[in-house]
Design a protein around this ligand. Structure first.
Ligand SMILES: Nc1nc2c(ncn2[C@@H]2O[C@H](COP(=O)(O)OP(=O)(O)OP(=O)(O)O)[C@@H](O)[C@H]2O)c(=O)[nH]1
Ligand SMILES: [Mg+2]
Length: 221
């Protein structure tokens, strides 16, 4: 019998946890290195989380939002712009990694294949990677390429948590539908974390919860 998972929306954090999250990122972030290959990764001497998702889903924008820095990570209207694993250091305690987007149809096949190798090698092999934040566009919900990525995470037993992005764009009813489809789609992924965070880098919605979720992970050691 298939197991049934409940995916709750917008986890509750205490005031203390939200404050801890705010403080964690209050001193901003520093760009460390952009890695084009696995041999360039910095030593895994601290906790690490990463932002993964389709091209243009809003990974770099969310990183800028949680660090309160408008142009820390480069954002772009041109999909596929982030071509490296971009490492950001938070207080010498934590790495947040901005990953290159996947599923960009117009990228040359060779480029796509090379990236998949790097990406999958990273996701499966990075011992200090505690959680992947899997960003999904709040207008569309999970697509086939996202399922492929989630399957890879399931196989590598890397826990991931879904963050819906661009929540300012869809109408309320469209957002509700995308949430429902996402909850449904996650049923088949045993390594999905059972809480979904709804965000907008434009309005700031949910940004405090992303910070608190990362701070909670750190407090869990
Ligand atoms: N309305 C709205 N637009 C957003 C939001 N987040 C990102 N965008 C826009 O979406 C586009 C892509 O954002 P990025 O943050 O560069 O997306 P990305 O996932 O890093 O893209 P790649 O690095 O190419 O994979 C930019 O034009 C952003 O301004 C949001 O919350 N609301
Ligand atoms: Mg980017």
């Amino acid at each position: 019998m298939a197991q049934h998972f409940d995916f709750s929306i917008d986890p509750d954090f205490t005031e203390d946890e939200l404050e801890t999250g705010r403080l964690l990122f209050a001193r901003g972030a520093e760009f460390v290195i952009g890695c084009a290959s696995l041999s360039q990764l910095p030593p895994g001497d601290r906790m690490e989380v990463c932002f993964a998702g389709r091209s243009n889903v809003g990974k770099s924008s969310l990183l800028n939002a949680i660090t309160g820095r408008k142009a820390l990570a480069r954002t772009s209207n041109t999909p596929g712009r982030t071509q490296q694993l971009n490492y950001f250091d938070i207080n010498s305690q934590l790495y947040v990694v901005d990953l290159p987007g996947y599923g960009y149809a117009e990228a040359p096949k060779k480029v796509v294949e090379a990236w998949q190798t790097v990406l999958h090698g990273y996701l499966a092999g990075r011992a200090n990677l505690r959680r992947v934040f899997a960003l999904i566009d709040g207008r569309h919900g999970i697509k086939a390429v996202d399922h492929e990525m989630f399957d890879a995470l399931d196989r590598a037993a890397v826990p991931f948590q879904v963050i819906l992005t661009k929540a300012d764009k869809p109408r309320a009813s469209e957002l509700e539908a995308a949430i429902a489809r996402t909850q449904e789609g996650l049923q088949r992924h045993p390594t999905a974390f059972p809480q979904i965070i709804i965000t907008s880098s434009e309005t700031g919605r949910g940004v405090d919860k992303v910070r608190a979720a990362i701070a909670r992970l750190m407090s869990e050691g």
